[in-house]
Design a protein around this ligand. Sequence first.
Ligand code: C5P
Length: 294
Amino acid sequence: MQQDTDGDASEFARAKVNLALHITGRREDGYHLLDSLVVFPEIGDRLRLLPGAPPLSLTLGGFFGPQLSQARPDNLVLRAIEALAGACCQPPLRAGLLLEKNLPVASGIGGGSADAAAALRLAARMTGVDLPQAEWLALALSLGADVPVCLEQKAVRMSGIGEKLHPAPPLPPAGIVLVNPLKEVSTPAIFRALTQRDNPPLPALPSSFGSCGELAEWLKSCRNDMQEAAEALCPEITEVLAALGEAKGSLLARMSGSGATCFALCAPQDAASIAAGIEKSHPEWWVASSGKIR
Ligand code: C5P
């Protein structure tokens, strides 16, 4: 599996952004079927290995670390490492881990899933284990529907409940601005509030996008089918979308996942100035930008 290291003993856990998300049905077990174009900006948490080889433990840092309160044994990072050990019939990694939690919690950009995927990559690298691709995906899916897509952190079209991953067409250079009004949104609550669950899938994807303007135009023929329900439960989302839509250089504003984080798609060189403008007008919001998506 591809690693994403920056230095030798850490993994970057990029946010996942649903540029489009259609809800196309529901399985008998209650999980929803979706069709989504997912990309990854250079914005994320970082999972670091601390020196020494103590029993497995997790310390939380970063701006949003305190919000995760205690690193309880059911934290997804620890569960991922235990699950990998179980799948490989090995004892779990002996390590102290530090999770720098830079992404807001319960915010529609897959923070917990990205952390779990980073834990799988880090533990695999440190213990030297490997699994066939299908087993990696099954293990990831057992931890959460968004964990498989976060393993590779590359643009994909995702369907099923998140387990079917198809390569996306090559992306043009593009920037992303993420804004969250710092209101936690419960994913199951938004799924429950949906009034329509049998929407059409994404329209056919072109073989490539010539520019970020072309990508934005294609995205305008798509939606996030969870946006309306999320706005009803969390009205601040409407304000965030207005601010992102009105910003100079913004090509498209939409919510990611079940919210409340929304994004603006823009040219790479516009991301920082859009973010600076919103930070100035709304210092109470979380704002992050990336001049690159993958
Ligand atoms: O898989 P994950 O733990 O991220 O999902 C959280 C909750 O969101 C699930 O328990 C389920 O209620 C809902 N969900 C869903 N359909 C999906 C993904 C999640 O209904 N495809």
